[in-house]
Design a protein around this ligand. Sequence first.
Ligand SMILES: Cc1ncc(COP(=O)(O)O)c(C=O)c1O
Length: 394
Amino acid sequence: MIVPQAHRLDNVKEYYFSKKLEEIRNMNSKGMDVINLGIGNPDLSPSQETIKALHDSSQQSKNHGYQSYRGIPALREAMARWYMRFYGVTLDPVSEILPLIGSKEGIMHISMAFLNPGDEVLVPNPGYPTYTSVSELVGARIRTYELDEDQSWSINLDQLKRDDLSRVKIMWINFPNMPTGARGSKSLFKELIALARQHKFLIVNDNPYSLILNDDPQSLLSMPGAEEVSLEMNSLSKSHNMAGWRMGWVSGRKDYIDTILKCKSNVDSGMFLPIQHAAIEAMKNPSSWHQEQNQAYVSRRNLSWQLLDQLGCTYDRSQTGLFIWAKIPASEPDLKTFVDKILMEAKVFITPGFIFGSKGARHVRISLCNKEAVITEALERIKRHITHIKVEEL
Ligand SMILES: Cc1ncc(COP(=O)(O)O)c(C=O)c1O
């Protein structure tokens, strides 16, 4: 490159999946027909009412212009009703909700709005890689906190309390957790809020998975004292099968929301109005619609468990969310070799846990976003081609 990149990119790598999907596309272009069990991209459809609302609204010529930076009032009202319906949390739709173009961009806006270079950010290990890469981009100092398998992948609060948290400005948490499938709990949230208040940092819960394979959706914002130190992001990507629509939001106290808007309003120019209209419909989906999605995920999970058994992997059956997080057999010397062997020999891609941090060094993540027939085919291929895995620990 004649023009060098900015220093802020020195430690930031291209998103793992953007590279891996390219590799898979190349394999497919050579006729290899790879089954991708890696990515959490829901394949099921949004509700028919949602699609109809998009269609109807986009027929109106007046609906194609720029939109308000805060989203239309009816969208924020629908989000507030949704928070009451699923979490029993009251939010003021005028001042405590900011729609986002997917929750992923919220990670950037929140980081830009609150972090100065050198501020410390607590990110989970294992965890969603974007917390780390965005923190790098804004020049913050990353401190990981460990989620441990022997503590059911919960946060080690005793360790956190012993640590010096005086320079921490943001702590990212993500419950229900991706990739581990661990649930949050009221007692955990209570302790975290107390820590955040004591050390004056912002605790942000990234909460896109709470309606999937989870009978007890929880919001950090339901906790007493949360509003002073907490924000929560949510999204229709996973829970309403609308990943490509880019519809999420952040909720929290007015002054925090206004601060985030200072950033966001300088970056984009609102969301396509028909998508806002459709999202309002989506949030009205009856409980039976959500149950139907979950039934599909239960069947897929059963098959995926069989596939993992075949690979000699071990996992906890009480996990929640859109994935299964599983440990590879002790006899496998190396995770990358294990995953590459499955890709090259069985033409099945599963996500290696190391992309979520060092605590994922012996784990894989399987997505439930494939039809049963596809998972069955992946299982058959693994039975046919992967015969030399020792399963002595089962
Ligand atoms: C933990 C977590 N947060 C956020 C996102 C991004 O979701 P969205 O589609 O709302 O940007 C994902 C997507 O995979 C995720 O796994």
